[in-house]
Design a protein around this ligand. Structure first.
Ligand code: PLP
Length: 378
């Protein structure tokens, strides 16, 4: 079945208990048991809840995985998954990783003895060069945030496998509609479901997905043991949002392509970062491993004054943190997603004070362009 059919039909689509076409919100913390010897499938809702299970099965199926685990945020998914490693282990991480992931690695996991080397992951040689005897994993985002850099995921996974490492990919920007890292040989896919998967800017959630039985067992143990689970109401909202993933992303992507081309033609725009533009250095690799450039782009303006005027003046796009919603969002990585990164680290990664990230929503692209056009005059 095609992806859009699988969004609607699957084990998440009909409540097995009643036949309801929407899995109910099982708002319960515990489940009554009948036998002392054998507990039922559900006993305590941290360990399992039918609404959460429906969502987890849906996400696992869409990523072509076998197991997905829902967490209370993307960061909870990332942090819980990182508990697969132990003190003394080392990770190779793409340098323009999401700011929150940078923060948790350098401020919390570092205290616990997990060490990290940040590399320009557009180069497999750079990844290979950072691998040490104690390296246990490679952590990637492609496209990365906020510069939309591309990593050859199949190449990285192959390299990792040859060294006995696991590959983790944050697939938030692409979603399984556009890119399925498990099919490319990666071991774990992580999501901030807050973004495109839920898509309506009303839930914070995250996922960790795998098709490796052993890893699934260990992540399941962490999910239950560490306890950073997603509540049933948010699972239900995410299940509802998920059903329209294809139509939302398709529409937003086609607007993003138009807007990226328009921006690239404006003299006040110094650079547009978007893997849908042929001049993007990762264009060929991205096309090979995904089926579209997505709906997030970033661009650099000629001055800070213009950047400030644009961010404070736009009317349609919200000036806000986050992305992937039905409403367009303009954000300012230097003070938002990457505020957790010290200024010198940001500068080294090319996240300048004139860089703006644009998550294209479902408004008409001509309206979005005319809104931007009030500041970025041709
Ligand atoms: C937002 C985001 C996260 C963090 O997710 P939360 O749901 O905000 O905790 C992680 N990775 C990427 C790429 C993101 O955009």
């Amino acid at each position: 079945m095609k992806f859009e059919t699988r969004l609607i039909h699957g084990s998440h689509s009909i409540d097995p208990a009643t036949g309801a076409l929407s899995i109910p919100v099982y708002q319960t913390s515990t489940f009554a048991q009948k036998s002392v010897d054998h507990f039922g499938k559900y006993d305590y809702a941290r360990s399992g809840n039918p609404t959460r299970e429906a969502l987890e099965e849906a996400i696992a199926a869409l990523e072509n995985g076998t197991h997905a685990f829902a967490f209370g945020s993307g960061m909870a998914a990332i942090s819980s998954t990182l508990l697969l490693f132990q003190p003394g282990d080392h990770l190779v991480v793409c340098e323009d990783v999401y700011g929150g992931a940078f923060r948790v690695l350098t401020k919390l996991f570092s205290r616990w003895g997990l060490t990290v080397t940040f590399v320009d992951a557009t180069s497999l040689d750079a990844i290979a060069g950072a691998i040490r005897p104690e390296t246990k994993g490679i952590y990637l985002e492609s496209p990365s945030n906020p510069l939309l850099k591309i990593t050859d995921l199949a190449g990285a996974a192959e390299l990792a496998r040859s060294k006995g490492l696991i590959t983790l990919v944050d697939n938030t920007f692409m979603t399984p509609y556009l890119q399925r890292p498990l099919d490319l040989g990666c071991d774990i896919v992580i999501h901030s479901g807050t973004k495109f998967l839920n898509g309506h800017s009303d839930v914070v959630c995250g996922f960790s997905v795998t098709k490796d039985r052993e890893l699934a067992k260990r992540i399941g143990f962490i999910q239950n043991g560490f306890g950073a689970i997603l509540g049933p109401q948010d699972c239900w909202l995410t299940l509802r949002g998920l059903k329209t993933l294809k139509v939302r992303l398709e529409e937003s992507q086609s607007s993003a392509i138009r807007i990226a081309n328009w921006l690239a033609a404006q003299p006040q725009v110094k650079k547009v970062h978007y893997p849908g533009l042929a001049e993007h250095p990762g264009f060929a690799v991205h096309n090979r491993q995904s089926s579209g450039p997505g709906a997030v782009l970033s661009f650099e303006l000629e001055s800070f004054e213009l950047t400030k005027r644009l961010l404070e003046g736009v009317e349609l796009a919200a000036f806000a943190v986050s992305l992937g919603g039905v409403e367009s969002i303009l954000s300012y990585p230097a003070k938002m997603s990457h505020a957790a990164m010290p200024p010198e680290e940001r500068a080294a990664r090319g996240i300048s004070d004139t860089l703006v990230r644009f998550s294209v929503g479902l408004e008409a692209p001509e309206d979005l362009i005319s809104d931007l056009g009030r500041f970025i005059a041709a």
